[in-house]
Ligand binder design. Structure first.
Ligand SMILES: [Zn+2]
Length: 107
């Protein structure tokens, strides 16, 4: 995924509207690309900053962005955990089927 594609995803990221697959690619790119990280910070400043000013809240861009990044990472971690749990279960089901088949075959 290149920087242009990542930039197009900024609004979706901000709205938590990226799919898990997209989010994983997005985060991987942001983690390694200083340029996009900076662009995202500016995007945040403009959008979240405006919202916060309207609300009259004190605004800490870095904090808002960090917590959003943390949330995204937690989401990916959770997905990974769920996925391995599902794979684990699938393995058990396959094993159970083999045991049943073996029992039937060797009766
Ligand atoms: Zn980039």
């Amino acid at each position: 995924m290149n920087c242009k594609e990542i930039e197009k995803m900024f609004p979706l990221f901000q709205e938590d509207a990226l799919s898990t697959k997209e989010l994983r690619k997005f985060m991987a790119h942001i983690d390694t690309c200083e340029e996009c990280k900076e662009e995202l910070a500016i995007y945040y400043l403009i959008n979240e900053g405006m919202l916060s000013l309207e609300d009259g809240n004190a605004f800490d861009l870095q904090k808002v962005m960090d917590s959003h990044m943390e949330r995204a990472k937690a989401h990916l971690r959770l997905r990974r955990t769920l996925q391995s749990a599902i794979y684990g279960l699938e393995g058990l089901v396959v094993a159970a089927i083999f045991v049943i088949l073996a029992l039937i075959a060797f009766q």
